[in-house]
Design a protein around this ligand. Sequence first.
Ligand code: CP3
Length: 352
Amino acid sequence: MSAPVQPIANDTLLRALRREPTSHTPVWLMRQAGRYLPEYNAVRAKAGSFMALATNPALAAEVTLQPLERFPLDAAILFSDILTVPDAMGLGLSFAEGEGPRFANPVRDEAAIAALAVPDMARLRYVFDAVRAIKQSLQGRVPLIGFAGSPFTLACYMVDGGSSDGFPLTRRMAHARPDLMDRLIDVVARAVRAYVREQVAAGADVIMLFDTWGGLLNAAAFERWSLASMRHVLDTVPRGIPTIVFSKGAGDRLARLAASGASCVGLDWSMDLHAARLAVGDRVALQGNLDPIAVLTDPQTVVRAARAVVAAAGPAPGHVFNLGHGIVPSTPPEHVAVLVDAVHAASRKDTI
Ligand code: CP3
């Protein structure tokens, strides 16, 4: 069942994604609900683990709203993880304390890949229930961003079995058995399509694809396994729902990402926003791209760094301020307050 349509009070994110003028540059931060917030750590401790928190819609809604209670952020992002989809495909996800994600059943051979199927979306109902609970709590204050991993980024964790330095088993499979990689990406892409459609039906206002590891692939492999499957996913998002693709380390592929069908391309901190604008022309919005480490420094440095990003984005509409990757757990929350205010102040227009 589709969620009732609710007007959004602060729609600067939606306007910027459509490259319409806004009163200020909208800002949200990757991992804005996370371990740098003591109130997040308290709820996570109460839940018992990251997955216990993510699978409890009421608690997931509570932590999604936490950063919005502290800072005047212009968007909420669903509290969940990209690895929920392979978990629902039977890979057995766990997060060992301090070690990151691990799959009990990685897929490394033909038989394991042949056995994969698009999961029944009922297995991911906790995610869609969280979307509904968050929309209810938000009361239309700001838009809610739903998300998924890109099929290739999910494949990296599914084959290597967890976080890894360069995902060598995945890249080896891509070279040795491109036919298997095609089949893996195909089934994961069909799962991700169903997943993002359900998030939109539950009320997500924007869909973002995290292609964290697409930059590991050479140009031809990037086109075949990262970009083509993202186009296939973006193609299923209903018209009227803006989309963002974030592909880390894809500086030389911006023009191709801009032609993927997404409304916005997210940039990591290695790229210059002005150069990126020249590379993509005016067909997409751009999101980014402050180095998350800059927020660890001191208030004056944070303000200077925020102003430099706003200046590099230029005066034309179509910039969403964000970090170039997730906020790091040792970030002082007071610095985040300074950052959000600095972006708003530096970009404020007298008229729109
Ligand atoms: O951005 C947000 O606030 C929304 C929630 C969100 C999380 N993960 C919560 C999370 C989103 C959008 C993600 C995406 C995600 N997850 C990505 C793509 C973006 C990126 O960071 O590159 C990836 C690769 C993952 C997989 C993943 N999840 C890893 C590698 C880890 C461990 C590393 C780490 O940061 O601890 C996670 C765990 C995770 N996902 C945490 C959070 C808040 C920390 C878990 C905890 O509370 O212990």
